[in-house]
Design a protein around this ligand. Sequence first.
Ligand SMILES: *Cc1c(COP(=O)(O)O)cnc(C)c1O
Ligand SMILES: [Zn+2]
Length: 432
Amino acid sequence: MAAQTVASTTNSADSVDLGPAAALSCRECGHRVPLGPVFACEECFGPLEIAYDFSAYDTEELRKLIEAGPANIWRYAPLLPVPADVADKPNINPGWTKLVQADNLARELGVDAGKLFVKDDSGNPTHSFKDRVVAQALEAARAFGFTTLSCSSTGNLAGAVGAAAARAGFRSCVFIPHDLEQGKVVMAAVYGGELVGIEGNYDDVNRFCSELIGDPAGEGWGFVNVNLRPYYAEGSKTLAYEICEQLGWRLPDQLVVPIASGSQLTKIDKGLQELIKLGLVEDKPYKIFGAQAEGCSPVSVAYKAGHDVVRPQKPDTIAKSLAIGNPADGPYVLDIARRTGGAVEDVDDEQIVDAIKLLARTEGIFAETAGGVTVGVTRKLIENGLLDPTLTTVVLNTGDGLKTLDAVASDTGLTATIRPNLDSFREAGLAS
Ligand SMILES: *Cc1c(COP(=O)(O)O)cnc(C)c1O
Ligand SMILES: [Zn+2]
C-alpha cells in the first residue's frame, strides 16, 4: 500500500516516542500494527486508531498532574499520543477554551437555569476547533521525521496547518479547490506556506493528495488528515477532557456535537469513555447528539431511516466547514448516537442563520455556521422532546463567526443613519 511506502522511508517504530500510545489498532478487526504514518488496516482496510497503555496511572496522581499542567491541550499529554515534554516544543498550543454557562440562551430555549453550556472553540489560535487536531498531527509528523505538513482543505484546516507549520518551522503545502472564496484564501495564505489551488472540486483535491502520498514527490510529507489521521483524530478527545474538567470533573448529561466526517463526535465519545475507565469522572449515562445542516445531512438521514450505513450526498449548504457528503466516520456516529440514547438531527440554512443570531444576541458569542448548526439543532431537539431541558447540556461552537461573515451579512446592518445632532438622534427613536 502507498501508506506503507511512506512508513518505510521514515523513522522506524522503535525510535518513536509518543508517550502512552502503544500501537495502532484496527477499529473493525482489532489487528494491531506498530505506530507509524499509516491509516488503513492491512487486513480489512478498516480505519486504524491509537491504542494506549494507561495501566501505570494512579487516578489521583493523574488528576493532580493534569490540573498542574499548561492552560492548553497539553495538560492532557498523559492521555494523548505525544511525548511527555510536548509542551516544550514549538506548537500552536490550542485548547482550554471557555465553557460558557449560557443562562440567557437557556431562558430562550426553555432549558433550566444553570444547565446549559457553550463550549466555545472560536478562541483557538486560528479560530476553529481544527487547531486541536492539527497540533496533535504536528507532533506525530515530528516523531516520524516528516519535514512538510500538508492537507486537503476547504478552509479551516488550511489555516490551522499553515499556522502550526509556521510556528514549528516546518514547510507547509496545502491544497484547496482553486475557486475558494477570497477570505478563506487569505486566512490560509497569510502564514506564508505554500497554498496550491487545484483545478477541480474538493473530491478532486483529495484524490490528488492520495496520489501524492504514494509518490516520491510526496516523500517526507505528513498529510494531517490522511497518513497522520489516526494521530490527528485524537486531538478531538481534548474537547471531552476539557468539558468534564471544567464542569468540576463531571460528565455532562447531554452533548450536541457537529458532524462533518464524524471524527470529532467519535473521539469525544472515546475521550469520555477513557475518563470513566481512568476513574477521573464518576460513571453515569450521557447522551451524544449529532448535528448536521439539512443541505449536507447524510448521517441524520441514515439515523432517521434506521440505517447502519450512510448514503453519500452532494452538499449544498452555507455550513461549508461541515459539508462532507461522504463522512468516513458516519457509521460510528450512528452507533454512538444509538448506544448513548442520543439522536442525529439537522437544520436548514435559515435556521442556521437564526441560531447564529440567537447565540450572538443572548450570550455575546459570534459563531461560524457550524455553531449555528449545533445551536439550531439543540433548539429543534428540545422542541421534538429528544433533548431533556432539565439536564446539564453542552453545545459545541467550533468556529468563529468572522470566518463566515457572508452567512449573516445580508440581514444585519445599521439600526439607523442620523445626522450628528441630538434632534436627529431623538427623531430616530433612540433616546432612553
Ligand atoms: C472540521 C470541523 C468540525 C468537525 O469535523 P469532523 O470531520 O466531524 O471531525 C466541526 N466544526 C468545524 C468548524 C470544523 O472545521
Ligand atoms: Zn482490520
